[in-house]
Design a protein around this ligand. Structure first.
Ligand SMILES: Cc1cc2nc3c(=O)[nH]c(=O)nc-3n(C[C@H](O)[C@H](O)[C@H](O)COP(=O)(O)OP(=O)(O)OC[C@H]3O[C@@H](n4cnc5c(N)ncnc54)[C@H](O)[C@@H]3O)c2cc1C
Length: 370
């Protein structure tokens, strides 16, 4: 699935030998009159400060937001966000909130305390509901804490396997999430706007949703080789929110608690375990946990590893290259280097092999700037 995944993650908007084929996307194609300055990332092994790995809760058919009945309980599912769960969190939380409100009541249980569970719990609180989160692990021990923090709903589904109804749901969730994150820009939540660059050696296509969500990528445009020093001929630029993930999760966890939210550390093994809950409405935000808890065999772990270098506050852009096998995000807690999508791999052990590749790859990219 690795190649399949990458291939599918690069469809939609194509550069063809220097021309942008926007396939209906109304992105701007004007040339940039004043090339920006790119401060170089200093890539070397002796600057590594930590390494970690996580597993994306990936479903080729896309995330699940739906309501169903389990005995006396109404269960609203909200899981399976793949590589875009941080980005989509407030969006699918909004969809799940609508389902829960339609069920009626004034209190609910939220299963899971990652980005998706917390956003869902807070939206229910804002509707005046009493909310209790039940979760096996809390931040910083969630997959959400591993998310790099680029706002882009990428690697969420396989384009060949989604239904038209899912695409509508996906676009709505993306637009909602984009709106919610704009309200969080600032130091308290650790959200800011950042310029993104994506470079390749060959003509390439951006993921298909860039065209469908062109209103969220209004300044998307092609970048010519004269505009940047990186050793790649083809490129795009666009601006997105960027999230300082650990800082952000702490902030929304604080918000949830300050609004009177309870948290109970608890593991659920099967749907029958829900019977003990006092709440009649249960919102399931267990991410990959839904694979066993709700027996969803379409959900699978896609491992991603990150290597952090010492922080460089002067780096003010996100860089992606080589079919996302290399990416760099500047964060306050370090320069994040990533670029791995290992399908059906669930161990959380960082590997030396990844680190060698990602350090060598980024060194080659940034050496050109020195
Ligand atoms: C390397 C990497 C980089 C990423 N970068 C980005 C990025 O830049 N942008 C982006 O948008 N996304 C990114 N992602 C994807 C993102 O991390 C996930 O989509 C997101 O974290 C999913 O959130 P979640 O709340 O559904 O799951 P989780 O964060 O896994 O939370 C699930 C919660 O449910 C609980 N739980 C699970 N099972 C049970 C059970 N049986 N009983 C009780 N509780 C249970 C867990 O303990 C946890 O509290 C990245 C992922 C990885 C691995």
């Amino acid at each position: 699935m690795k190649d399949h995944h990458r291939r599918n993650s690069l469809k939609g908007i194509a550069i063809r030998e220097g021309n942008v084929d926007l396939k209906g996307c109304e992105a701007q194609s004007r040339s940039n009159p004043s090339p920006r300055h790119f401060s170089p990332v200093r890539v070397s092994k002796d600057r590594i400060i930590r390494r970690l790995a996580g597993v994306r809760p990936y479903r080729p058919e896309g995330f699940v937001v739906k309501r169903e009945q389990f005995e006396e309980k109404v269960v609203v599912h909200n899981y399976g966000h793949g590589g875009g769960g941080l980005s989509l969190s407030w969006g699918t939380a909004h969809l799940a909130m609508e389902e829960a409100l339609a069920a009626g009541g004034s209190s609910c249980a939220v299963l899971g305390c990652g980005a998706v569970g917390l956003a869902t719990a807070i939206l229910m609180q804002k509707k005046g509901w009493k909310v209790t989160i039940y979760a096996k692990d809390l931040p910083p021990e969630t997959t959400s804490n591993v998310a790099g923090g680029q706002w882009t709903p990428t690697s969420v589904y396989s384009p060949d396997e989604v239904t038209p109804a899912f695409r509508i749901q996906f676009c709505r969730a993306s637009r909602l999430a984009y709106g919610y994150f704009q309200a969080l820009v600032g130091d308290y939540y650790g959200v800011r706007w950042t310029e993104n660059f994506w470079f390749e050696d060959k003509p390439f296509e951006l993921p298909d949703f860039f065209a469908e969500l062109s209103d969220l990528y209004q300044d998307l445009r092609e970048v010519s080789p004269e505009e940047h020093p990186f050793p790649r001929r083809y490129g795009y630029r666009f601006t997105t929110p960027q999230i300082e993930t650990p800082h952000y999760l702490n902030a929304i966890l604080r918000d949830y608690r300050c609004a009177g939210g309870n948290i109970v550390v608890k593991t659920f093994h099967e749907p029958a375990d829900l019977r003990v809950l006092p709440e009649a409405v249960v919102i399931n935000c267990t991410g990959l946990g839904s694979k066993t808890l709700f027996d969803d065999s379409t959900l699978r772990p896609v491992k991603g590893q990150l290597t952090f270098l010492q922080p460089q506050p002067e780096i003010d852009y996100i860089l992606t290259a080589d079919q996302a096998q290399l990416y760099m995000m500047p964060r306050r807690d370090g320069i994040l280097l990533g670029g791995s999508f290992e399908d059906d791999v669930s161990d959380l052990q960082p590997t030396a092999e990844f680190e060698e590749r990602v350090i060598a790859g980024h060194r080659e990219l940034f050496n050109a700037l020195e």
